[in-house]
Ligand binder design. Structure first.
Ligand SMILES: Cc1ncc(COP(=O)(O)O)c(C=O)c1O
Length: 385
């Protein structure tokens, strides 16, 4: 097994990315979805080699990323991707906005499932759409043991005229990995009401070892006829600053829709992002498995720390990724517990209400850090309670 390196806090504070520049050095930053682990060696080598040969121009034709992603998807998820139906752009947000622009007319409804990745609200607006909320069913109200998609709510929204559905799969912030059955039901509804499904699968490679991830486009012909997947190596290998993501389709119908994209949308891909993503999908699995081991171990550590020191916080271990959706409602920390976390504990969390009104009384915590940092953060939060 590959050995993962976690730099010290002093080393991490020399980074210049959002996570390490937003707050002063006395704050433990457990907010934005960046990981603390050192970059995977094959990615670092590929980027260093590119710099050495001054390979810093445009990302044009001749990419091997589609083949690398297709091989990864088959190995990892048994999903057959046609490399000819994979194209790139700058990031997943751009995949979402540009796909929506083609799928909807101005003012059309686009369904999202709050609490959900906060920028979804803005991305729908940027594409000219109108947000239609179909909240996730909370654990208390769902027939399953955890959070779940509200299929009846989705059908009602589609029947009322929504034209697209922005599916977060796996779901950020609750870490829900949708089942093949649920995704098949979503695809059937999409076909019945002629809704385009954009499946944001950025967190998919980070699905925990105890759970199977199902790619939306693998579930049925209905999914392939109505779905576009947004994929990227950026979350799983911590490459967000390098700017590269993929549109993936699996039908003539959807690839024809995307053929209307301006060539410039593809041309804006970063060459460094493409080089890094190709190395990640080709040679990055040992590092990914080590990262997942660290993440799953931290998920368990978080559960025991909360149990011991903040037992009134409710937390369900995510089935994917490194984000914990913490329910502070039994504590007197108000609508936005991140305010008190920052002011009294000097721990930066993401404010729950930015994920939708359903996030009142919640905060999101990023545990892709060392066990020591996580322990220190919960110790500080407990002292602020
Ligand atoms: C679900 C989801 N989609 C999209 C993004 C943003 O991706 P990108 O930086 O490629 O636009 C994130 C970032 O955390 C995310 O969690």
């Amino acid at each position: 097994m590959h050995k993962l390196t976690v730099p010290t806090l002093k080393e991490l504070r020399t980074r210049t990315s959002e996570k390490w520049r937003e707050y002063s050095a006395d704050v433990l930053p457990l907010f934005v979805a960046e990981m603390d682990f050192a970059l995977a060696e094959p990615i670092a080598e590929a980027l260093t080699a590119a710099i050495r040969r001054s390979d810093t121009g445009y990302a044009g034709a001749g990419s091997t990323l589609p083949d690398a992603f297709a091989a990864f998807a088959e190995r990892r998820w048994n999903w057959r991707v046609d490399p000819a139906q994979v194209s790139t752009t700058t990031d997943v947000s751009v995949v979402i906005v540009e796909s929506l622009r083609l799928a909807i007319a101005s003012g059309d409804g686009v369904v999202i499932n709050p609490p959900v990745y906060a920028p979804f609200f803005d991305l729908v607006a940027e594409a000219g759409g109108r947000v239609v909320e179909v909240p996730l069913l909370p654990p208390e109200g769902s027939a399953t043991e955890g959070w779940a998609l509200d299929l009846d709510g989705l059908e009602a929204a589609f029947a009322a005229g929504a034209r697209a559905y922005l599916l977060c799969s796996p779901h950020n912030p609750v870490g829900l990995v949708h089942s093949a059955e649920q995704l098949t039901a979503v695809a059937e509804l999409a076909a019945r009401y002629d809704v385009t499904v954009i499946s944001d699968e950025i967190h998919a490679p980070l699905t925990h070892s105890t759970t199977n991830f199902t790619p939306f486009l693998s579930v049925s012909d209905a999914a392939r006829e109505h779905g576009i997947t947004a994929a990227s190596a950026s979350k799983a290998w911590n490459l967000a600053g390098l700017k590269c993501a993929m549109f993936v389709t699996a039908s003539q119908r959807m690839s024809r829709l995307l053929s209307a994209l301006p060539e410039e949308v593809h041309f804006r891909t970063s060459l460094f992002g493409r080089i890094a993503a190709t190395a990640a999908f080709t040679e990055g699995e040992p590092w990914l498995d080590a990262a997942l081991e660290a993440i799953e171990s931290n998920a368990a550590l978080l559960a025991s720390l909360l149990d011991e020191r903040m037992p009134r916080i409710r937390y369900r271990a995510p089935r994917a990724s490194y984000l914990a959706w913490l329910d502070f409602r039994a504590l007197d920390w108000g609508n936005d517990p991140s305010v008190r976390a920052l002011s009294r504990a000097r721990v930066a969390l993401n404010p729950g209400p930015t994920f939708g009104t359903q996030g009142r009384g919640f905060a999101r915590l990023n545990f892709a850090c060392s066990p020591d940092t996580l322990t220190e953060a919960i110790t500080r939060l407990a002292a602020a309670g």
